[in-house]
Ligand binder design. Sequence first.
Ligand SMILES: [Fe+2]
Ligand SMILES: [Fe+2]
Length: 281
Amino acid sequence: MTYTVRRLQVDLETPWPRHWAGGDAFRSAWFNALSFSFPAGEQLFIDSVRLAATKLEGESRARFTDEVQAFIGQEATHRRIHQRFNAQLQAQGYINTWEGRILHRRATQLEGQDPRVWLGVTAATEHFTAILAEWLLTNPAALDGAEPRLRDLWLWHASEESEHRATAFDLYQALGGSLRWRRRLFVVITLHFATDVLRQTLANLWRDGHWWRPATWAGAWRLLLGRGGLVRATWRPWRRYFAADFHPDEGNGAPAETWLAAHADLAPPVRQAAGGVSPAA
Ligand SMILES: [Fe+2]
Ligand SMILES: [Fe+2]
């Protein structure tokens, strides 16, 4: 399956309030933490998929040509947008500590490995982004009261993550990636993701001077553990990744399709060339 590469029309030059997510310190710090991981993380996804594409042969290669181009185009666009978002965060005094850990692990644990290991890491992380995306798109409370242009940014990114959620997984399968390694890498990615997002969120709150306030931790409870919160809502789809018969298509892509159709003016397609979609320059 292929999809469209879009360019988001959003103003990321005008500064925004530190607690842009409805005035909630924890929620803002948590979204900001995620954004800090994206430029290095999404470059890793792009390179994994690109590497995998060189190993495909015959029919598989033809089957994935357009989809790989579209995937790279979407993730490259996300990287650029989040680099601009992160530049504002850095101007507000936040320090990106997560990115260094991604780059270090990439250099020490992935370089030189079989492309299926790269893809297994990417498919596992893409499952995380897909379930986060579906939660965000179906829980308006998550971005309640958020700065409107930033809400657009997060819902656009979430929609495209949901849209391309099967690509890395399908490539992993096409290259003969095993179930054992798929599970194993998902455990590793889960541990890294959970600790990294927490560490970066705490670092952001520390910079804010808000880490000790009761309202901050009430926000944490609402976001993560309360009714409709992230942990409760994503537990089941998280666990599904271990099942032998799991496929990302079992996720719910409808909210993303609806959002993208309703916001076509905000995120118009970039030029399409014969034989595939050209990533935005
Ligand atoms: Fe992305
Ligand atoms: Fe993605």
